[in-house]
Design a protein around this ligand. Structure first.
Ligand SMILES: *[C@@H]1O[C@H](CO)[C@@H](O)[C@H](O)[C@H]1NC(C)=O
Ligand SMILES: *[C@@H]1O[C@H](CO)[C@@H](O)[C@H](O)[C@H]1NC(C)=O
Length: 258
């Protein structure tokens, strides 16, 4: 089900491993499509480049990858002289192909502006992740970065019970997301969303890994970020932990349509 693809352009060779799109049974859309910018990182350790040819090469790789967004995940590679370019695009599985594409169209110039000259750069939005690196990381968990976001308001109910309930929901979703071994080339591979009630409080959550990970590594990645739950989100009305390889989010309102 995987097709490989390559083209040669003046500045760049693009090798895109595209995942073939299957029709998703029910079209899933986010309730509010505010595609918020979340964070970015300029990877100092990967060094810098000068001049426009690197940027043109990156754009060539991403533009090419953007024609394969039907699955919500695509990885590609290219080079600018001796500098390798490895890129990953992961969209939220409930974002349509056009929402995914428009997210990447926003992300690419934005990360260029934020990290001029950096070879390695990653940017997170609500609907997509764009990861550009000179190091090959496909299939590997990227432990280098992690960040939290939370709603500053506390829940009005029993905090301890709320934390316990939220944690249980996230672990249940992790199991769900990583048990889909048999269908690796679906949009919802390594992804799960769900909800749970505790008294009158309803918690909505989702977990997600980039689709290059194995189910096992997705599980390892989610364990790593979920262990940060008490640190980030103790009794908070909403919270997220994000890394380049996996993320979770919970809110007291529905943010994904199932
Ligand atoms: C999304 O919609 C819900 C209600 O459906 C609302 O409570 C929430 O604040 C909205 N979130 C954003 C980021 O606009
Ligand atoms: C899992 O991740 C590790 C480190 O991130 C990597 O070395 C390994 O190859 C991955 N395993 C699989 C089966 O993808």
């Amino acid at each position: 089900m995987m097709s490989s693809y390559s083209v040669t352009k003046p500045f760049v060779s693009v090798y895109v491993l595209a995942m073939v799109a299957l029709q998703f049974p029910h079209s899933v859309l986010s309730l509010n499509h505010t595609n918020a910018y979340l964070n970015h990182i300029c990877i100092k350790g990967e060094g810098t480049v000068k001049g426009n040819s690197y940027e043109e090469a990156v754009k060539g790789v991403i533009d090419h990858m953007s024609t394969y967004l039907g699955y919500g995940f695509v990885n590609g590679a290219g080079s600018d002289g001796p500098t390798k370019i490895y890129a990953k695009i992961q969209c939220r599985p409930d974002a349509s192909e056009s929402i995914c594409r428009s997210c990447i169209t926003t992300a690419l110039p934005e990360i260029r502006r934020k990290c001029p000259n950096n070879k390695g750069r990653i940017i997170w939005y609500d609907n997509c992740l764009l990861d550009i690196s000179s190091i090959y990381t496909l299939g590997k968990i990227d432990y280098r970065y992690i960040f939290y976001m939370y709603n500053s308001k506390d829940v009005s109910s029993n905090k301890m019970a709320f934390n316990k309930n939220t944690k249980a929901l996230l672990y249940e979703l992790k199991e769900k997301a990583t048990s889909k071994k048999e269908i690796p080339y679906r949009r919802d591979y390594l992804y799960a969303a769900g909800e749970e009630s505790l008294g009158t409080t309803k918690v909505y959550a989702m977990v997600q890994c980039t689709k290059d990970l194995s189910a096992k590594n997705c599980s390892v990645c989610l364990d790593w970020i979920m262990a940060k739950l008490p640190k980030c989100c103790n009794g908070k009305q909403g919270g997220r932990v994000l890394s380049p390889s996996c993320n979770f989010r919970y809110e007291l309102y529905p943010f994904v349509k199932t």
